[in-house]
Design a protein. Structure first.
Length: 146
């Protein structure tokens, strides 16, 4: 009788774990889908490509790179692989309530206007940052000369 009770208990625990674990797996899948939706509605891949193109343009003018590097980099760099790297970071740092609210915002009229302005804001911000960095470097060099 004790063996039968132990067997029932073990089988109960064995079958209970997968059943109770299944919702957690499903939640992660639902959460991951929400993250992919967020990255889509915010245009994250497009912004990543814009940043990459801007950086490569800057490197092509200032860095000593082998001939054909920029073109080959653009051929081999896959923006989708960046998304795959980002999803686990979002999973770790955002809950579903935050994802739902953020997606709702970016699907709203205000959110769409914000997204539309982002490429311009990003480009102008990068230009401002480059100018700021160049000026700070000049000040630091002058200070060292004194």
């Amino acid at each position: 009788m004790k063996i039968q009770l132990a067997l029932v208990a073990v089988l109960g625990v064995t079958f209970a774990v997968p059943v109770s674990a299944a919702p957690a797996v499903q939640e992660a899948s639902v959460k991951e889908k929400k993250i992919r939706k967020l990255l889509e509605v915010t245009g994250t891949a497009a912004m990543g490509k814009q940043v990459m193109d801007t950086m490569l343009d800057h490197f092509s003018k200032s860095a000593d790179l082998p001939a054909g590097f920029i073109e080959k980099f653009k051929e081999t760099a896959n923006p989708d692989s960046l998304i795959e790297l980002l999803v686990p970071i979002y999973v770790k740092n955002l809950d579903e309530e935050t994802l739902d609210g953020t997606i709702a915002f970016f699907e709203s009229t205000a959110g769409k206007k914000f997204i539309k302005a982002q490429p311009i804001i990003m480009r102008e911000s990068m230009e401002a940052g480059q100018k700021w960095g160049a000026e700070a470097a000049q000040k630091a060099l002058k200070a060292l000369e004194k």
